[in-house]
Design a protein around this ligand. Sequence first.
Ligand SMILES: *Cc1c(COP(=O)(O)O)cnc(C)c1O
Length: 394
Amino acid sequence: MPDRVLRAMHRPSPNIYAGELVEMAFGLIPDLKAVAQTRGHVAMYIGNGHAAWEAALFNVISKGDKVLVLMTGHFGWGWSNMAGTMGADVELMDFGRRSANDLDAVEARLRADADHQIKAVLSVHVDTSTGVKNDIAGLRRAMDASKHPALLMADCIASLVCDDFQTDAWGVDVMVAGCQKGLMVPAGMSFVFFNDKADAVREANGCASHYWDWRPRMQAEALWQLFDGTAPTHHLYGLRAALDMIAEESLPQIFVRHRVLAEAIWAAVEVWSAGGPIELNIQDAAYRSHAITSLRIGAPYGTALRTWCEQEAGLTLGIGLGMATAADPKADGFFRLGHMGYVNAQMILGMLATVQAGMLACKIPYGAGAIEAASAVIIGAQPQVPLAVLPQSA
Ligand SMILES: *Cc1c(COP(=O)(O)O)cnc(C)c1O
């Protein structure tokens, strides 16, 4: 989280009925749509990503509706669970932990659904557990090829403002995002973007929840209507600052920064891999997230390494989420590197050097020259890609 965001939040409680905050809150809407690359609608919620999952489902899915959930890791499974709890008839297509959605299989499944029982296809864009990035434009093409009318719903909680995501151009009907990842704001707000097609489904079916209903939020005229009660006042100031920073750097530049830093990480890991057990979880670079990298290193190395990095060097690495197996019930053989949002070259090089120090300390073998390989990627991208300084001022 940038200091600028935190500073924007550090202030007394504002008037929630009139004045500056009201204007500012409504001004967030066009800027949120700009980062989502949509001319559609957005509803804002007080809540985390799980809240946005549920909000999205309540508006377009009724009890008994069939939904097809594509699973490429922990988060596809999580969203499907939520749909099941709400009474949807959930069909899960599990593509494992190391690969993206198999779009031919999805197309075949949709063609087989001749009487169009499936009301929505749910897919995570970037699954934060496995580090896979699914091809959502390709998913739309597969749905169109099968002439299936289901809604396309995507989870961009980990990818928005990190990996390019073109809500309208890719034909996404409903998209969910949170504020605490690429949007660089403390956790607590989330967003559901939707188009007229999805809103027509909401109109036809009604919404079984008063709180999650996106219609009053979409038509809000007063601040309390935007959030169905008190607005998350300080989060709004933080989000305003974050959106200003994003506009100053520009979305294309942000995407390039994330790509180059991710490529630096992959280059380092490939060198380490040549001389030890560490391995990128997603082998095909075209399907790797630019915001999160999931690594396999073998039990108990993952946990040992995370513990050393946290306790001895102050670097927190991600746990091996959703990777547990009978042979490795606590996923001790996995860890994840987060590189989303407010990150620059020195942070990534520092992280890589710290991980390498951790492998040395834990006596985990690794190939030599990883920091040089990462450095070469960063040097090769400059000066076209400024990776040194992030916008800080104001
Ligand atoms: C973080 C995340 C979620 C869950 O968000 P919470 O804010 O933790 O509820 C869902 N999906 C993806 C892809 C995520 O990265």
